[in-house]
Design a protein around this ligand. Sequence first.
Ligand code: 0A1
Ligand code: ZN
Length: 881
Amino acid sequence: MREGQSTVVYRADYQAPAYWIDTVELCFDLDPAKTRVLNRMTVRRNPDVQPQPLRLDGDELVLSRVLVDGQGTSFKMEGSRLVLENLPAGNEPFKLEIFTTCAPAKNSKLMGLYVSNDSFFTQCEAEGFRRITYFLDRPDVMASYTVLLRADRRKYPVLLSNGNLVEQGDLGDGRHFAKWVDPFRKPCYLFALVAGQLVCREQRIRSRTGKDHLLQVFVRPGDLDKTEHAMNSLMASVAWDEARFGLPLDLERFMIVATSDFNMGAMENKGLNIFNTKYVLASQATATDVDFGNIESVVGHEYFHNWTGNRVTCRDWFQLSLKEGLTVFRDQEFSQDLAGEASARAVKRIEDVRVLRTAQFPEDAGPMAHPVRPDQYLEINNFYTVTVYEKGAEVVRMMQTLVGREGFRRGMELYFQRHDGQAVTCDDFAQAIADANPQSRFAGLLPQFKRWYSQAGTPRVTARASWDAASGTYGLALSQSCPPTPGQGAKEPFVIPIAWGLLDAGGREVASGMHVLTQESETLTVPGLQGEPVPSILRGFTAPVVLDFDYTDAQLLTLLEHDTDPFNRWEAAQRLAVNRALACIGDPAGGPLRLDAPYIEAMRSILRHPTLDAAFKELVLTLPAEAYIGEQLEVVDPQRVHAVRESMREQLATALLDDWAWAWDAHRESGAYSPDPVSSGRRALAGLALTHLCIAARQAGDTVWPGKAYQRFKDASNMTDRFNALAALVVGGQDLARPALERFHAMFRDEALVLDKWFALQAGAPDRGGNILPAVRQLMHHPDFNIRNPNRARSLIFSYCSANPGAFHRPDAAGYVFWSERVMELDGLNPQVAARLARALDRWRKLAEPMRGAAREAIARVAAKPDLSNDVREVVTRALA
Ligand code: 0A1
Ligand code: ZN
């Protein structure tokens, strides 16, 4: 545990740093066992802050020497902090030299400097730089960096750091060096270095302003042929940010490096992004369409951080959403713009909302609920959450909705005019958007709007309709409320933009608009109607709220068939499905679910629809996730939810048998492989069809479709089709799943990212008689399993504990025992990954007995472990509070 860091940090306690660090010269002698780091800084007192000793953060460092202006000096340790009291008086800059060593090969936390596949990588956000050298490890201290790297030339031929390479050469003894200078001041969390045997794909580009740039994607030697898509995505990102926001690439050289050991998705270090291989490497043989899409959005995300995060950064870590919410919004818009057509944009929007509702809404309703701008934390790494990222993006999206696209762009321009080169707050961002749009509704509502940053919890908007036939007036009484969350009882009303439309009985749109709900209750009235309309409320999901409206089936069927808003069309299908699942789950007689003909016919007509996109059909015909259904219940029996959803899927499979067969035939050929929205949509729908055909075949005891699926699995020309066929066999519980899995493993034994899919598919498969946990336990002993590799740990352990509720929540508590063992095991290796896993039981209070009691016991067992990391301790203590 880091001493001195085990206490809660509060946003309200923010104080400017007592010292500034203007320049940093780092010299590394890279060695896996013992790397020597010489850190030479120019430091000066901050005249605005009361004089006090200089307290530098450090973590697991071995200190050998401290010099002030070239002279030895006295120092003391306060926990893991280095404290210097005898510093030169006055405000003049002084030189501070610190010499330390660290042990990268032993760094299993993957924070700071670590070794992966014999190469060196760094990860400094949020507080990893202190594991490299003593420093003021906080984002508001910005310095200019010069970095000298020295290492064995044969083992580490490539030596990279931020900025520009200014010098390189030989050191004689088999070692060489490279010197890098970053032209931009930056906080230390954006520092990076990489050293190893890497190769790169290069691309020279000329930007709109006529400047030339070098783009590079570095990977291990065998992976070069999987970098084309990442490079294309990077080029598209550069072009998009210039076109949409007028933000150019500000560097001569922009590098991406892939590593297979990484705690998160990727990191936006200035000019030297470091990526999880999962978000770089793709070929048609090894990556699915979803992988291609993720690479595009993560490459975009990290690139967009160059302005939103790097040029303007966060004053403190409570402001994390300033860069993350905004950058997620930007990457979502980027992917939508690249998707092109309105219908493809809508598909992307639906996918984003699905993530928000299945992951963020539960977070907002659970023990880890926190505002988009949190007020306190024990471990900042626990706050890289779906709330800060995805809900934060929705908050930015609402701003754009309220000021319009052009207004938002003006706001961004003002933000950079005011704050380029600074470390600022979420308030500064909102203020810039408002000030650039002084006449807007947003500017008028700014203080209230900012409650989205300060209040946790998902607001609930209740709508009640009234119809006055005599005057042809339709009314929607809208009211809002927000449940209490930890530390926040009563909530003040939010500003909630609600896009709406009204359809007549024939499905034609008769009115539409945007209502901005600001009071606790308001009524929206629409006069002059011929007949009672069907309301389409919260079109495009204009606010991250739960909409409570008592739609009748007839209304939902009308919306599904006719709404001009694709989001609400999809939403209608979700509501139809959820209502059916809930009715069955809530049935005290516990009878089986029988899907009604109107619902089945509605699904059939979407599937067979002559003009709808395949991608959209696939979304409509995919049932809501078990976790989403569970969230609608007060008390959840995950196995019952699973059984009910499975039964719905089986009935859809059987009732639409001919239609699925048609869909498979009509969509399975998508021509030469390309991951574009149209052909990937076709593959997705063909895959969904094949899964249903295998499910139906299992019920009928038929072997034709499993045979076809196996054939497809063998012949497929791309990973999407191959994996979908394999998944169809596994999900359909077919005997052919076993040989297919074996064959798949044999084919891809050297492809780490494909093996991750192989583990994940087995751990996430539908449970049949409790067979998944024993399979997972067995896979833990598979020679390809390695708990130290985060991707592999996620693919097996998280796929079971966090993504397979029907298999995990066992009445015999064996799933929870497995979970607690793994949390404790991982905590000794990598607390960040352990803490993510710990969150699999966040919603334990909702569970039905005996799961509820058993889950609490398992959490308590973890909480009782001595020497728990701050990361896991914070999660389990909050869960039990
Ligand atoms: N800023 C990165 C996310 C990130 C955060 C922490 C990390 O530490 C292991 C790594 C990456 C992003 O938003 O992409
Ligand atoms: Zn980010």
